[in-house]
Design a protein around this ligand. Structure first.
Ligand SMILES: [Cu+2]
Length: 143
């Protein structure tokens, strides 16, 4: 093997490694766990990168059915428009649902995958009055 051939081989392998790294960064999926207990909802971590996010909802409550809803809105997390029963008005023009994991029975887990763009999102449980008693929070997607 002469010297020219060696150089071109090492160039090829460098390009191959670079394309592997680039491919990995575009297909990287973030995994977030959302745990729901009796009247608490926790999003971990609350700061995410833009791109594909798999949200795993885990209902750790004793006997309450929960759900997870993620919306895009300009409103503060505690000022979403409400229905008379204290649940969030999901049809309001002031919010757009981005993802949801509905009807999570106690002891169950379920996942949803969503594409998140940079910005601020509000998440909550919208079973009965769970939003009004504090099952809500905010996440930030930062480039
Ligand atoms: Cu709930």
């Amino acid at each position: 093997m002469n010297k020219t051939r060696l150089i071109s081989l090492s160039l090829v392998s460098s390009i191959f490694v670079l394309s592997l790294v680039a491919g990995a960064s575009t297909s990287w999926t973030q995994v977030v766990t959302v745990s729901l207990t009796n009247y608490e909802i926790k999003f971990d971590p609350p700061i995410l990168r833009p791109g594909t996010v798999t949200i795993i909802g885990k209902n750790d409550a004793d006997d309450l059915m929960h759900e997870i809803r993620i919306v895009k809105t300009a409103l503060p997390m505690d000022k979403l428009p409400l229905e008379p029963d204290g649940s969030v008005d999901e049809d309001s023009a002031q919010l757009t649902t981005i993802a949801s994991v509905e009807d999570l029975s106690p002891g169950k887990s379920r996942a949803a995958t969503v594409e998140l763009e940079p910005g601020r999102y509000v998440y909550f449980c919208n079973k009965h009055n769970h939003y009004s008693v504090g099952m809500r929070g905010e996440i930030n997607v930062q480039p």
